[in-house]
Unconditional design. Structure first.
Length: 179
């Protein structure tokens, strides 16, 4: 049995490539990714409600649901595994409607998120849970860009190279989680 080759994609090309991706495909993602979990999503939503600018543009952005640990000496980041994505489902349709192109996490998404993925021609990517050290190997640089007081849950800008991911939900309704 021949193993399917992983597709290399840059985050700058993700908006165009998303329409071609299919649930179950393996990809290697390179480019800019922002980390944001529950607390950061709540603050960003409050900022939007108040008419304030977000700490980064959602237009074409990729958000990784992760709270990286502190970096060991000589490395840009510590363990950086995905958190359960469904905790962000309440915020996600709005973010997708504002231009978010991809989310990275683990686990299924609710029907509203799946519809917003289709409507916005976006994609949900899955990272391997329990393999935070493996994910950290793809990170080339890390910078805190917002909410430093949240510690590991602050928003960080990561530069990743060949981050191994699987398409969990594609923009045509395909899903790894469908039975």
């Amino acid at each position: 049995m021949e193993q399917e080759k992983r597709i290399c994609i840059h985050t700058d090309e993700l908006a165009e490539c998303a329409r071609e991706l299919k649930a179950g495909q393996s990809i290697l993602l390179t480019g800019t990714v922002y980390t944001a979990r529950d607390a950061a999503h709540k603050r960003m939503t409050a900022m939007l409600d108040a008419g304030e600018a977000l700490p980064f543009s959602l237009k074409g952005a990729v958000i990784y649901y992760a709270g990286p640990t502190p970096a060991p000496k000589g490395l840009p980041i510590g363990s950086c595994g995905p958190t359960t994505s469904s905790r962000m489902d309440v915020y996600t349709p709005r973010f997708l409607d504002l231009g978010l192109k991809a989310m990275i996490g683990k686990g299924n998404r609710n029907a509203a998120v799946q519809e917003a993925i289709r409507r916005n021609q976006a994609v949900y990517l899955c990272a391997l849970g329990g393999a935070g050290a493996l994910a950290a190997q793809a990170v080339r640089s890390m910078e805190v860009v917002a909410f430093e007081d949240l510690g590991c849950e602050s928003v960080k800008r990561l530069q990743v190279e060949k981050f191994p991911l699987i398409v969990g939900i594609d923009c045509r309704g395909g899903s790894l989680f469908s039975v």
